[in-house]
Design a protein around this ligand. Structure first.
Ligand SMILES: [Zn+2]
Length: 259
């Protein structure tokens, strides 16, 4: 096993400099290459894998991410848990820029993204009624006690790369969605198919377009910087607290999924 826990995120969510004995590996997959090479190393006694979702130089747009290759590559390295921070817009007044949202549900508005490892041969209907690992969630909430956060939330995943119209944003609000982003689906679904525990952490950077608020790029950059600092603290607490063995049901997600 090369790694037990993976972080899929942008620069800023975890500093690779914190890893001991770090090395990078290029992983081949049946689905083509992952977003980038994967950095492996130890952090407080745990074996981590870091994968930049959009590539190291942020060149891969959300709709072009090879999600299957990313999840397959991490699984092939031995990863049993994926922590997945991402920046989102807020659709509700209570979720403010700078807050962390531990989203526990999603609404899928993406299209054309390969979203299963079972494209033929075997028909797999995996359950994503609760798409987030309950054990990882509980431990992350514990680690986030002192941070501005929300324990639940619904993430509407849009196709992008464009942002929403005001009409779309109003519709998503009326559906009860809390935050909006472009990457949770199919990442969460593929992690479940791979029987890997999955924890998204949404960091709010802005108000999307429903709110008539002037947002400057300086505001957004300052918020992103503050979010990255909070996230690093959270991950530093959370990662060493995870037990070596997984007691949740994620590892058996496919037991009753095949026709
Ligand atoms: Zn789990």
């Amino acid at each position: 096993m090369d790694a037990e826990i993976a972080i899929i995120g942008g620069t800023g969510s975890f500093d690779p400099g914190l890893l001991e004995d770090s090395r990078t590996v290029a992983v081949e997959t049946p689905y083509g290459p992952p977003s980038d090479t994967i950095t492996l190393g130890s952090f407080r006694g745990r074996k981590l894998a870091l994968l930049p979702r959009h590539g190291r130089t942020h060149t891969i747009p959300p709709h072009a991410i090879n999600f299957r290759a990313n999840i397959w590559a991490l699984k092939s390295l031995g990863v049993g848990r994926i922590i997945s921070p991402s920046a989102v817009g807020s659709l509700q007044e209570a979720k403010r820029p700078g807050d962390l949202v531990f989203v526990d549900q999603f609404i899928d508005r993406t299209h054309g993204r390969p979203a299963t490892f079972y494209d033929g041969g075997r028909v797999c209907h995996v359950s994503v009624a609760d798409p987030v690992c309950p054990d990882l969630r509980a431990r992350a909430l514990d680690a986030a006690r002192a941070l501005p956060h929300h324990a639940t939330g619904t993430y509407v995943c849009v196709q992008g790369p464009r942002f929403s119209t005001r009409a779309e944003s109003r519709v998503f609000r009326s559906w009860g969605a809390d935050v909006i982003g472009m990457t949770l689906v199919p990442e969460a679904v593929l992690a479940r198919e791979a029987e890997v525990c999955y924890l998204p952490i949404a960091t709010v950077t802005d108000w999307d377009v429903w709110k008539e608020t002037a947002v400057t790029i300086d505001d957004v950059l300052a918020t992103m910087k503050a979010n990255a600092t909070r996230l690093r603290g959270l991950l530093a607490d959370l990662i060493p607290s995870l037990p070596a063995e997984r007691a949740c049901l994620c590892k058996d997600a496919l037991k009753s999924a095949f026709v």
